[in-house]
Design a protein around this ligand. Sequence first.
Ligand SMILES: [Mg+2]
Length: 149
Amino acid sequence: MDKFKILVVDDETDFLETILARLKKRKLDATGVTNGEAAVDLLKNQLFDVVLLDVKMPGGMDGIEALREIKRIQPLVEVVLLTGHASIETSIEGMKQGAFDYLLKPMKLEELMSKMAEAFEKKSKHDKKIREAVIKDLTQQHGSTPSGE
Ligand SMILES: [Mg+2]
């Protein structure tokens, strides 16, 4: 998981700082923002592998709206929703809209690490398939050039 870029989006700054400190302690490349708008702005300029997204955030953009925008901007990023007991239904809706999975807060660090590893594995396989398809496409285009020219 070394080159793995993580974005954590949560309005609770204590929670956000704790998670970021723990991920950084494990030498992971983690960035944090406190709202959906900031997450969307960042994703327009930087590629991430996994986004940990709080579903319950005050203000303009809620978790589900942020999820939709995130998947629109970076369709290949895997999103793990962070949810409280009261918002499990929102997470289920989020999973229908393309989130990888959800975690119930407060979660143990090990649980978070293993969920992120699963998400990262899925993304890596997906990226690899796309690279292979691109190579195949290029090879076929090259192969169709008449020989003897
Ligand atoms: Mg929240």
